[in-house]
Design a protein around this ligand. Structure first.
Ligand SMILES: [Zn+2]
Ligand SMILES: [Zn+2]
Length: 287
């Protein structure tokens, strides 16, 4: 014992940690209610007559705006390789309640660079998506499409339907998944905890491969899932004996029968869309 040790405050040993409380049972109903989201399915139907430029659709004549509204002014070229882009789809907020865009914007357009040598191609894929958001306002004149700019996407109207859906069970925390597996059969879990796989707005991304949910580069929070566009449009559950795949009528080939997922942080300007593309590896190369 040192000379002045008695001057030091007596240090009580820390109390033993409380015995861990038994884990609260997972309330599966509350869990489902917390993570359930509304999604709007975009079922494309090929049209026999061209649609106007001011409606939500795949392909055909896009809404083309002024230079100062955020959208493309005239037919856009690829910012990376300067080749005219292919118009894929456009969605107006007035048509789709589930569509979430930055404040003041009411239109999102998806375009595609199909130039094989484009330096901006997504890793491993021979194409790159470009996304524009615009403020069209009400009753503004819509410019006609450029007749010279063709498109490989077949014009389709959208049959919209709204559904509730749960995320993939792969996205649950381990205790939640364990509780679910204790209460339900694998088949029941697989049927209920599976987001819709076709083209849709809002809800949960239906990843073909591993969860690839991007994080905002500025605030580091998960980016908001905006929409996904799929090569295969049939809604699960698929009837027994149905073919493993059917091309959607828009004809957009997203890699190996894949899906493109679009995310953005709605809180951090400037608005930047993160695109994730996934394909079915089992069918890659046989189509
Ligand atoms: Zn390009
Ligand atoms: Zn952010």
């Amino acid at each position: 014992m040192g000379l002045f040790d008695w001057l030091k405050p007596r240090v009580e040993p820390p109390p033993p940690p409380p015995a861990p409380a038994p884990a609260a049972p997972v309330d599966l109903d509350a869990l489902a209610a917390r993570v359930r989201r509304t999604t709007t399915w975009l079922a494309p139907v090929e049209v026999s007559h061209p649609l106007p430029a001011g409606v939500s659709k795949f392909g055909g004549a896009p809404w083309l705006g002024r230079a100062d509204d955020g959208g493309p002014a005239g037919w856009p070229v690829c910012p990376a390789c300067k080749v005219p882009l292919t118009f894929v789809a456009q969605l107006f907020c007035r048509d789709i309640e589930a569509l979430r865009l930055p404040a003041g914007h009411d239109l999102i357009q998806i375009w595609l660079c199909e130039e094989a040598d484009c330096p901006n191609v997504a890793m491993g894929w021979s194409f790159a998506f470009w996304v524009f958001c615009a403020t069209t306002g009400d009753g503004e004149a819509l410019s006609a499409a450029d007749d010279d700019a063709g498109g490989s996407v077949t014009e389709c109207a959208l049959v919209l339907s709204t559904h509730d859906e749960l995320p993939s069970y792969h996205d649950l925390a381990a205790p939640e998944l364990a509780a679910l597996e204790a209460a339900q059969s694998d088949e029941a879990i697989d049927a209920a905890w599976r987001p819709h796989e076709g083209s849709k707005v809002g809800g949960h991304p239906a990843f073909i491969d591993d969860n690839a949910h991007p994080v905002c580069g500025q605030c580091r929070r998960p980016a908001t899932f905006l929409l996904q566009i799929a090569s295969d449009e049939r809604a699960p559950p698929r009837p027994a004996g149905s073919p493993p795949f059917e091309w959607a009528p828009h004809g957009l080939e997203i890699g190996a029968r894949g899906t493109a997922y679009f995310f953005a942080c709605l809180d951090c300007p400037p608005f930047a869309v993160d695109t994730v593309v996934q394909g079915d590896a089992e069918v890659a190369g046989d189509g």
